[in-house]
Design a binder for this molecule. Sequence first.
Ligand code: NAP
Length: 337
Amino acid sequence: MTANRRFLLARRPRGEPAAEDFALVETAVPAAPPGGILVRNHYASLDPAQRGWMDDAPSYMPPIPLGDAVRATTVGVVHASDNPEFRVGQWVMGLNALEDYSVAMPGGFTMAIDVAAVASPSNYLSALGAVGLTAYFGLLEVAQPREGETLLVSGAAGAVGSAVGQLGKIAGCRVVGIAGGAEKCRRLIEDYGFDAAVDYKGKDHAALVAAIAEAAPDGADIVFENVGGPVLEAEVFNLALHARIVLCGLISEYNAPEKLGLRNLWQVLTRRATVHGFLIADYAHRFAEGGAQMAQWLAEGRLRADEDVQEGLENAYAAFMRLFSGANTGKLVLRIA
Ligand SMILES: NC(=O)c1ccc[n+]([C@@H]2O[C@H](COP(=O)([O-])OP(=O)(O)OC[C@H]3O[C@@H](n4cnc5c(N)ncnc54)[C@H](OP(=O)(O)O)[C@@H]3O)[C@@H](O)[C@H]2O)c1
């Protein structure tokens, strides 16, 4: 290829991203920088977090500069190298961007990956990547589940949520998932082995509180939160005493122009619950350990990891929006090469 197609952030979205907030442009393929590498991207991860990086607001990472390609974790092949630790043809993953070729300086998140050991290199963006490890460390390290406890997971049919529920079963919990629609609820039980499923769609606050109470009659010892908003507001009425709430994501709020926050905090107080903010980046130094355990459970058939692979940089916008409509079935990945 002689051109580098790049999916740029042209304008900061207000509310739900619009197609006009982005631009697909062609530039020259860059050279490997001194001491660095040039990566031909094959797959890119499409993540709810990218929506946050598009805002000019304080966060754990700087906003994507306007006119830059949209930041994304990718897996690809070293195309050119000026670094003795990386050879041309080697597979790597790293925090790059939605573009055919990314310039990367080794260090940080850039690491070699063994694609011979997996069904598809994209597995390093799902079960064996940040998403699977978010479930692994967020549940097993932060929440520390104990046998017999009730684990309540929101966004349960998604990439993180489905892994959390399955890890909860491995830990001996009773697992209740909340997801949108009857088909996703069916998959929670039949595909991922959850004990009960609650469809949040079409329910007002009282109906959602009641549906969770029916599915989790003893209350939730652990809430693994991926959604926030009205779902979290119903969950806090179903806490067991001393519940642990892992705040992993708040996707229902990412496109909201105004962040309203949690009402009903009184319920958290009366149940003497703990709320723990969680970021997977804090566990980057333990990725090898978590990845090895996830790979073993996958190989043993104790863990199922579905991927929703969409095709082509030219479809990046439509593919990204699947996260917010709930159309994605498993970890959303964009195939670039
Ligand atoms: N803290 C961390 O380090 C970390 C790392 C990775 C991911 N996360 C968070 O984990 C969560 C899940 O991420 P993922 O990559 O696994 O995505 P995902 O769950 O595979 O996909 C997003 C899902 O969110 C649900 N959703 C979208 N809008 C919603 C709304 N308004 N109300 C309720 N549900 C809504 C949809 O499912 P339904 O059809 O069920 O609505 C959609 O399929 C996100 O909040 C993300 O930010 C956090």
